[in-house]
Design a binder for this molecule. Sequence first.
Ligand SMILES: Nc1ncnc2c1ncn2[C@@H]1O[C@H](COP(=O)(O)OP(=O)(O)OP(=O)(O)O)[C@@H](O)[C@H]1O
Ligand SMILES: [Mg+2]
Length: 337
Amino acid sequence: MEQSQNVILQTVNLTKEFSSKSGSVQALKDINLSINSGDSFGIIGLSGAGKSTLIRCFNFLERPSSGKVFFQGRDLAALSEKELRQVRRKISMIFQNFNLLAQRTVLDNVIFPLEISGAEKDYSLARAKELLELVSMGDKLNAYPDQLSGGQRQRVAIARALANKPDVLLCDEATSALDPDTTEQILHLLKEIQHKLGITLVIITHQMDVVIKACDKVAVMENSRIVEEGKVKDVFVKPQSDIAKRLIMPHGELVKKIDSNRLIRLTFDGLAAGEPILANLILACRVPVSILQADSNTIDGVTYGQMLIRIPDDNISESRILAWLEENNINYKKERK
Ligand SMILES: Nc1ncnc2c1ncn2[C@@H]1O[C@H](COP(=O)(O)OP(=O)(O)OP(=O)(O)O)[C@@H](O)[C@H]1O
Ligand SMILES: [Mg+2]
């Protein structure tokens, strides 16, 4: 199999079927994915789409039903149990519910994976302290998990996940249990770690916000398949699949309820986002326009936005507006109900 130097994780025609007494579930269908070293790669989809199953296949916590998984060019199916254990140290995970050991202090939680991998005591202690400093938990070494906030627990879990110097950190809904401010701080920490340690991040979420804040690339999953994949900014500005549109504009159902056939969705990028587009449009076309939804996000310091507007219900106004949008190079799409 041809492997680009840069690809760290790859799946080829990966499928996973679970069978139980009540029948079988096809959790993954024909997944072909390549993740480059150093990427921050998002996997987004609704509940049950197959996201957790997919990342559990990345380190063979779940064995595929068919297809292949390659880590750094090595076919995981060809590895011995011992080699697999070594690979799993290089692909670590964090979770929504942190999974810390309640009976152990913060420091001992981080030392734990080092013990398991047979590291020397003095080294383990120094390494754990260094990592807890990195995640700003250096002053809580002797606290127990139940004395910490959710954000602090996730920081400890991140330190623990980094203990054996992994190449990949898989984050399964790592911020879903946290409030928006704490989510922001944890995502910021993950990005910092990605840059400082050159680690590859795979971030699973059902929130487009998380992808926008923390990822460079994204794969959108629906019904066990990847339905769309690309740079975050491309998927955000021009989502192709219905599910990506729904995740970006979660209130798409609203459109169906609005009593007008004349709706236009505008997507605009950094150049236009700071400008009073709507005011300019109204002034230039002399038509009343109302905003039904607006949403914008900043990716790499550039603002991308979407806006759903209602325009007057007559052909002349509409053609005037469309002509103005064309003239001003603004991306638009007429929405149908
Ligand atoms: N061990 C299992 N046995 C049987 N079915 C399973 C098992 N694990 C997952 N499934 C099924 O596979 C499908 C995908 O589940 P998965 O947990 O990967 O979804 P998800 O996208 O992570 O969802 P969520 O956002 O709710 O975590 C679901 O239909 C689920 O019920
Ligand atoms: Mg899941």
